[in-house]
Design a binder for this molecule. Structure first.
Ligand code: ADP
Length: 688
């Protein structure tokens, strides 16, 4: 089978999402997720290290601030010695200093043997040593002063707890500043520091606002604390050693942060957002790919469907562009004209030559038609007939139906033509016409035969009468001749001789006419020998085209019923067909003018039950027409009896003759609910 030259693209194969691609997708999603988690974790860590670093720096600054505070106070204390004041004057100056410096609880002026010369207490608190007395702390003061004297500079005691009232108290340290007058030791200034106030006064409020600052001993015992951070999820701590002469304290900064959160900083948030966007884009891409694959599959199916449809079509299809070049032909068209799609679609040939299936002598006409089409004139919807030429040169009629070819944008891109090969249809029409003519000729012949038969039957008697009268007349004349010899003059001798001869001639001719008629009769009867075994259905099939033609005109529906497993019928096929045709024609004429619902012609054949040993078949033709009155019924088979204006009245008589010649019988009766049934019997072929 010729195929068109690959104008249809190959449908893509079915591609379900394979396991490998699924795994790749999973891997990709996993990678992106782990990247995201790592990024968040790293960003969190980075932020924590930032916080920690800041805290370390704060702690170092705090230690510096505290050192600066202490050295500033040492200078203030040294200023008290200036001008060698009297104890009273010193006391007021010390009170001033205490008013300025809240971290100082008490300042004492001691002699070299540590006996008190003067002292002043902070105005902000009740005197701290009022309750337990100063004596308890003497050893700490002595320790600090010994150290101070040794280094000849300020020195601190170790910290100790001073309880003030009802379980309250505070951690303090003593600072001892040795005094030197005229080159020798002249006593000490001892300042008692409140450790909590040291934190409060020496450190800026911003340090103690969001975090906790405390002095601790090396073993971790907390001595003083300032500030209280709001509690967060995570604690950051930084420690710095505050190394002072005589004492070493640990300054500890604790900071509470809500950080790091899930999105600790803008960078992480950005990366997270981008990753989410990436995943979204990937998901959308995946969805799009799936949709595309589905569309491809559907397109493939549609193509396969179209290809199957085109290959199964018996109608030829051809598409032409607006320049008249053929752009597509289907296999049926190729088969019809005998050229392959490649030959028909070749652009170089198309440009120079007319289509190879145009008959050369009709070329001008076809070119004109194509020009009209290309000018945009729409052809008749019902199509038109034309003649094409096959590759082998034979011609065949085609029915061409053309329609504009419109693309998806709605503009015309050419013409699509459908072709129906009419050869077979023509052959059937020709066959049916021939069989119709044959039946009609046979009908005429049969009627003529019947007439001849009837005439011969009717004419034989008068001819016999003529013959016997002639013979009688001849006998009389001969008698007279003999008598005339006895009575001369009665009849002229010569004339009587002529009459005898004429009578002889009449008798001869009558006899000849009789023989002619007999030979005609014999000729008509000779058909007896033309019998054959025919399937009963074949008899109906032969007359159906003619019957249907008339039935269509009269809007009559025809029903044929043939009993199953019937034997062949042994008959003169042509004559029996005539009988059936006559009966069917009469039946249809009887229904002309009846109600449309009542116009049913039924023809059937069945086995006749129990008629002797022979096999017989009964053929029936029934109608729902006017029926046959008793009066008409009596003369029905009489030759030349008719009730129709143009009728000959020979049909039924012929039918009966034919049926009786076969040994059967033709009868009629009323049909139910109305009309007539004609039934005749014919012998089935005997087994031998
Ligand atoms: P023709 O058909 O030429 O009249 P026929 O011998 O076939 O001659 O029929 C004779 C007459 O019998 C017809 O004119 C018609 O009146 C009558 N006849 C025949 N068949 C039927 C029938 N099926 N129904 C009613 N009348 C019929």
């Amino acid at each position: 089978m010729p195929t068109n030259s690959g104008t249809l693209p190959q449908p893509p194969g079915d591609t379900p999402l394979p396991l490998r691609r699924r795994l790749l997708w999973l891997l990709l999603v996993g990678l992106v997720a782990s990247l995201l988690v790592t990024l968040v974790w790293l960003a969190g860590r980075y932020e924590a290290s930032q916080v920690q670093g800041q805290l370390e720096r704060d702690a170092a600054d705090a230690v510096g601030d505290i050192r600066a505070g202490f050295s500033r106070n040492v200078q203030n204390l040294q200023a008290l010695e200036f001008n060698r004041p009297t104890p009273a004057a010193w006391g007021s100056q010390a009170a001033d200093l205490l008013r300025q410096r809240r971290e100082l609880l008490r300042i004492e002026w001691l002699d070299n043997d540590l006996s008190l010369r003067a002292q002043a207490d902070t105005p902000y608190l009740a005197p701290v040593f009022a309750r337990l007395g100063r004596e308890n702390s003497r050893s700490d003061v002595a320790q600090a002063c010994t150290a101070a004297r040794r280094v000849n500079g300020p020195a601190f005691s170790s910290s100790y707890f001073v309880s003030t009232k009802q379980g309250l108290g505070l951690e303090v340290i003593e600072l001892c500043l040795p005094l030197v007058g005229s080159g020798k030791a002249s006593g000490y200034f001892v300042a008692t520091y409140s450790l909590p106030e040291v934190l409060g006064q020496f450190l800026g409020p911003q340090l103690t606002r969001g975090q906790e600052v405390s002095f601790n001993e090396a073993d971790g015992t907390r001595l003083a604390i300032r500030g209280a951070g709001s509690r967060g999820t995570r604690v950051f701590t930084a420690q710095q050693l505050l190394d002072l002469p005589g004492i070493t304290l640990v300054l500890r900064l604790s900071s509470w942060r809500g950080a790091p959160d899930l999105f600790p900083n803008v960078l992480t948030a950005l990366v997270t957002a981008m990753s989410i966007a990436l995943i979204l884009v990937l998901a959308l891409l995946g969805k799009d790919t799936r949709r595309r694959l589905k569309a491809e599959r559907e397109l493939g199916d549609a193509f396969a469907f179209r290809a199957a449809m085109e290959n199964s079509l018996v109608t030829g299809l051809r598409a032409r562009d607006l320049k008249g070049q053929t752009t597509y032909v289907n296999p049926a068209f190729c088969q019809m004209v005998g050229f392959s799609a490649k030959e028909l679609l070749q652009p170089s040939l198309q440009a120079t030559q007319p289509p190879p299936y145009w008959p050369p002598d009709l070329m001008d006409e076809y070119q004109e038609r194509q020009a009209i089409r290309l000018a945009g004139r729409v052809p008749p919807r019902e199509g038109f007939e034309s003649v094409f030429m096959r590759k082998n040169g034979s011609r065949f009629p085609v029915l061409i139906i053309e329609a504009p070819l419109v693309n998806a944008q709605g503009s015309q891109t050419g013409w699509m033509s459908a072709f129906l090969d009419l050869s077979e249809q023509r052959r059937v029409q020709e066959q049916s016409r021939a069989s119709q003519e044959r039946l009609q000729a046979t009908a005429r012949l049969a009627i003529a035969g019947e007439m001849a038969s009837l005439l011969s039957h009717e004419l034989n008697q008068p001819l016999a009468a003529i013959s016997s009268y002639a013979t009688g007349s001849l006998n009389l004349l001969l008698q007279h001749q003999q008598d005339g010899l006895a009575q001369p003059g009665l009849l002229d001798q010569a004339m009587s001789q002529d009459m005898v001869q004429a009578m002889h001639r009449i008798a001869e001719q009558a006899e000849r006419a009789g023989k002619v008629i007999k030979s005609v009769h014999d000729f008509v009867r000779r058909r007896d020998q033309a019998r054959e075994a025919v399937p009963p259905l074949a008899l109906f099939d032969a007359i159906l085209p003619l019957v249907s033609l008339q039935a269509k005109k009269l809007a009559i529906s025809v029903q044929v019923e043939v009993e199953g497993q019937l034997p062949l019928v042994f008959c003169d096929r042509t004559m029996v067909e005539q009988v059936l045709l006559n009966l069917a024609r009469n039946a249809m004429q009887a229904m002309d003018g009846a109600d449309v619902a009542q116009r049913i012609l039924r023809m059937s054949v069945a086995r006749v039950p129990g008629r002797g040993h022979a096999n017989w078949l009964a053929f029936s033709v029934s109608d729902l027409g006017s029926g046959i009155s008793a009066q008409v019924g009596q003369q029905l088979f009489t030759p030349f009896f008719t009730t129709k204006a143009e009728g000959m009245g020979l049909g039924l008589s012929l039918c009966r003759t034919v049926v009786e010649q076969h040994g059967g019988a033709l009868v009629f009766g009323p049909n139910t609910p109305q009309g007539t049934v004609f039934t005749f019997t014919l012998p089935a072929r005997t087994p031998e």
